[in-house]
Design a protein around this ligand. Structure first.
Ligand SMILES: CC(=O)N[C@H]1[C@@H](OP(=O)(O)OP(=O)(O)OC[C@H]2O[C@@H](n3ccc(=O)[nH]c3=O)[C@H](O)[C@@H]2O)O[C@H](CO)[C@@H](O)[C@@H]1O[C@H](C)C(=O)N[C@@H](C)C(=O)N[C@H](CCC(=O)O)C(=O)O
Ligand SMILES: Nc1ncnc2c1ncn2[C@@H]1O[C@H](COP(=O)(O)OP(=O)(O)OP(=O)(O)O)[C@@H](O)[C@H]1O
Ligand SMILES: N[C@H](CCC[C@H](N)C(=O)O)C(=O)O
Ligand SMILES: [Mg+2]
Length: 437
């Protein structure tokens, strides 16, 4: 990553890659590239700084309020909700995460990592400051915490969604995963913690909370999930009502976290925040209705807890579920995902997600170890064929849920990303069959 500099002669740019260095470079040393400092010097670099110093060099440090969101699920949804409320309230804001980077409702960077390397984030912060943004909302993945991709960032607010199972391929144990997430909350920053998430450890200085089942700073008093979400939230001794078109109990947490966060930032009165959140229509690929008749929903659930939350929110309906599991990811979650589908779905098609370097069939076999032979349990390794089979299986009044890839527009197989979009496949098949009628 290279960022050009003005008024810093003789230095013309900062970089985090020693191979890009020359006499005009400032090398930003990070946890991951410290071993390349000598290589940077060998390429002629004479100035090496930390990412914190880089924020000062680029005059970002006190210029923008950074909101960081971590947790196993809900980061993208909660971050997008906060961003939507800020824009709705007339504020200028940036958003960075799984879906890429946006500034004031314009995409400035395509999807890359949920949390990119620190210098890429600093670059996006610089663009946000130059665009007049007061706020920068960003997802903080557990990988980013371990690899310190957030080193030196002065967070104005840190938020926890939840801690369930994911990434055990990387963190090895759930205790290590919890320890990593807890590290993000060990300082005295202003923080907003999910009070119903008991596994987190955090520094209670400047800590506020949100919750549905336990006493919290922002506490849901009542809610209905009939048509979207309607709820009453108590902040200390005052009560505020809000509505959201989003579906499901899990999204009540995301919306509550977003409302609470914007209130903690002192952006506007709670009444205005609660009104603004109604205009947040959700994130593509998260409970996205692709077809109304037949009812087909695409969702990004790719962990046992994510699947449970989504399937439980639809449990009154007869469900047809298509899902797989990512290759080169946590293998222990696979049978649990199978068991979750078995618990809620009437008809199931197990298929491939992003097999990556693994054999797709072996991933499916591991999913099946968590399931029992039964009627309407189908296996189809080709995801396109699996969706086609599920659409044919879907009976009247049944709902088809296609899980795991959400708004992804590729399928990653053996290092290649082939164009693939669950939503396009559904639309094409339905249109093709409509013509044949
Ligand atoms: C497994 C993993 O996380 N790998 C990350 C790691 O790669 P790496 O350890 O190989 O690092 P590297 O490529 O050697 O580079 C490290 C640093 O040294 C520098 N370098 C390198 C070579 C050299 O000669 N000189 C030099 O200065 C590089 O410029 C870089 O700054 O450091 C890279 C640079 O920061 C990341 O891009 C890379 O993410 C890879 C692409 C990745 O796929 N990561 C995934 C697993 C990930 O992080 N996912 C999370 C979670 C998603 C979610 O579930 O939410 C995410 O945040 O997206
Ligand atoms: N608060 C929540 N609790 C549990 N599951 C959730 C919650 N919010 C969303 N989900 C489920 O998890 C999926 C991912 O949601 P989202 O993309 O907001 O999470 P994320 O934390 O950004 O995920 P990732 O780390 O993979 O980027 C959703 O499609 C939904 O199935
Ligand atoms: N469909 C993806 C979702 C995971 C994306 C992200 N959370 C990651 O782990 O890279 C997979 O399981 O392959
Ligand atoms: Mg995300």
């Amino acid at each position: 990553m290279k960022i050009d500099l003005k008024n810093h002669a003789p230095f013309l740019h900062v970089t985090d890659n020693s191979n890009e260095c020359d006499a005009s470079s400032i090398f930003v040393s990070t946890k991951l590239n410290a071993t390349y400092e000598q290589s940077a010097r060998d390429h002629g670099c004479t100035k090496i700084i930390s990412s914190k110093e880089c924020l000062d060099v680029l005059a970002i440090t006190n210029a923008i309020k950074i909101i960081g969101i971590t947790g196993t699920n809900g980061k993208t949804t909660t971050a997008a909700a906060i961003y939507s409320i800020l824009l709705d309230l007339g504020k200028k804001a940036g958003l960075q995460g799984t879906r890429g980077c946006f500034i004031n409702d314009h995409r400035i960077e395509d999807k890359s990592l949920t949390t990119p390397p620190i210098l890429q984030t600093i670059h996006n912060l610089k663009l946000a400051v130059e665009a007049g943004c007061e706020y920068f909302v960003m997802e903080v993945s557990s990988h980013a915490i371990v690899q310190n991709r957030i080193d030196g960032l002065p967070f104005a607010l840190k938020i926890l969604t939840n801690i369930t199972q994911d990434h055990l391929d990387f963190h090895k144990t759930i205790d290590e995963y919890i320890a990593v997430k807890s590290r993000f909350f060990e300082d005295e920053s202003l923080k907003l913690i999910n009070k119903d998430e008991s596994k987190i450890r955090f520094n209670r200085t400047n800590a506020m909370s949100y919750g549905i089942e336990h006493p919290a700073t922002y506490k849901i008093l009542a809610y209905s999930l009939k048509e979207g979400i309607s709820a009453a939230v108590a902040k200390i001794d005052k009560v505020y009502d809000f509505e959201s078109p989003l579906h499901g109990f899990f999204n009540l947490y995301n919306i509550l976290a977003a409302i609470s966060a914007v209130d903690m930032l002192g952006v506007a009165p709670m009444e205005a925040i609660c009104e603004a959140v109604e205009h947040f229509g959700g994130v593509e690929g998260r409970m996205e209705v692709v077809s109304n008749d037949p009812l087909v929903i695409v969702d990004f659930a790719h962990t046992p807890d994510g699947m449970e939350k989504v399937l439980d929110s639809m449990k009154e309906r007869d469900l047809v579920v298509v899902f797989g599991a990512g290759g080169d990811r946590d293998r222990t979650k696979r049978p649990k995902m199978g068991a979750m589908a078995e618990r809620y779905a009437k008809k199931i098609v197990v298929t491939s997600d992003n097999p990556r370097s693994e054999d797709p069939q072996s991933i499916i076999t591991e999913i099946l170890t968590g399931m029992h032979p039964r009627e309407h349990l189908h296996v189809e390794v080709d995801r396109h064929k699996a969706i086609e089979k599920a659409l044919k299986l879907q009976g009247k009044n049944e709902v088809l849920l296609i899980l795991g890839k959400g708004d992804e527009t590729y399928q990653e197989i053996q290092g290649q990303k082939y164009p693939f979009d669950d939503r396009e496949v559904v639309r094409e098949l339905i249109a093709q069959w409509a013509k044949q009628k």
